[in-house]
Design a binder for this molecule. Sequence first.
Ligand code: GLN
Length: 490
Amino acid sequence: MDIYKKSITELSELLNKKILSSVEMANYFIKRINSFDSKLNSFITVDEEHSKKQALYADSLIAKKQNTFLTGIPIAHKDLFSTKNILTTCGSKMLENYIPPFDATIVCKLNNAGMVTIGKTNMDEFAMGSSSESSYFGSVQNPWNIVKVPGGSSGGSASAVAARLTPVATGSDTGGSIRQPASFCGLTGLKPTYGSVSRYGMIAYASSLDQCGPIAKNAEDCALIFDEIKGYDHNDITSNHEVKQEKINLQISKDEVKKITIGIPKEYFSKDLDKNISDVIFQAVEIFKKLGFKFQEISLPQHNLTIPAYYIIASAEASSNLSRYDGIKFGHRCNNPKNLEDLYLRTRKEGFGREVKKRIMIGAYALSAGYYDEYYMRALKIRRLIRDNFISAFDKVDYIFAPTSPSTAFNIGEKTSNALEMYLSDIYTTPVNLAGLPAASIPVGFNDSLPVGMQIIGNYFSEEKILQIANIFQKETDWHLKIPKEFDNE
Ligand code: GLN
């Protein structure tokens, strides 16, 4: 039946027609995890008993016809979403044994819709990274080529969906962690407008940038998950009332398409971008032109300031957010501390990995008296300029196309010793977070047998249109249907 290939809509049909029960569907995907994940390390936790309980409940809802469209569909959550009674590690030794007493809002909403959590996915420690190599639980492999990284920090979620070990997964995106792994793994990922999805129960990295969203096979599945998780939440003071409550309609008429102008930022397609990647993107642009979209070159002049500003702001917020891991409130605690200072020092030394410690130090430095104005305040000013660049661009064009990453998936170990090179891989994704805008990454082709992703960036709260644009392209092409060979069997 090739169940692993099916979209959420197709799986839902199997459940509703009683061709398969939710319990059978959960077992099917858990069996795939058991047979394939030793090659990928994409899961940290698979809780069969919990999944079975949820699946039985989903079956009872279907039997009583009280089901939603998502009832009984398996999902994997990035391991930074708090899941009640299920281990939530954030990829860190610090939280190696942390079992939250509550569910994150998005987990709660998806549970209420009847979805079945089949596991928690591996990730860069505290979501800091672009390769999923900084996890305390070992690096994740890319199903397209297991010597390559799957991207990060939501690399476990992307790797698992790409290998079809789960139909869909959640991710978080502070500077690209949904879009970049989606692009490295040939998937569709949506980073919503800042504030349109609640961050409550999502372990914080950089609170003014963090936003969660789906990593899926196609735009349609992203829309179904986004519809369920979006909306105001009184538990998150930054969640926004402006999010449209109506369900997303993916249909877009030819007339509407003709009215859409898409901007191509000239700074993004400079010599810094691998020529093969820009070729693949421009082939996709040709398809969009045939569909009736108009294109125009635009400029985002402060592009070159993005990475320094992002890494100062993200590290500053991280140093503050991670101060809670002190060996007292929760998480790891060192053995036999001599005094309070020893407790703090050894707990944090033992509990955090290298990358996390580095960010805390950069952040604390940037926030310290004497350096605050020079680093943190200046980074905030750049952030405003970057946002203003986008606002002026949206006066001229409706949407912006951009590469997701300057390269395709790189080798495991290739960039671990060169932090700057690793940080530069976020050059096209971080501006979107600094501005708080929504963007999706969609697969648009291959280079050297590895997937290439392209971003569709929109103005605030334009998720519906972004997904319509992604969907119309996916009706014309089949990049999103490609499956890595080794995992393309039952
Ligand atoms: N790679 C970026 C960082 O390390 C983005 C990570 C993310 O989006 N969580 O900060």
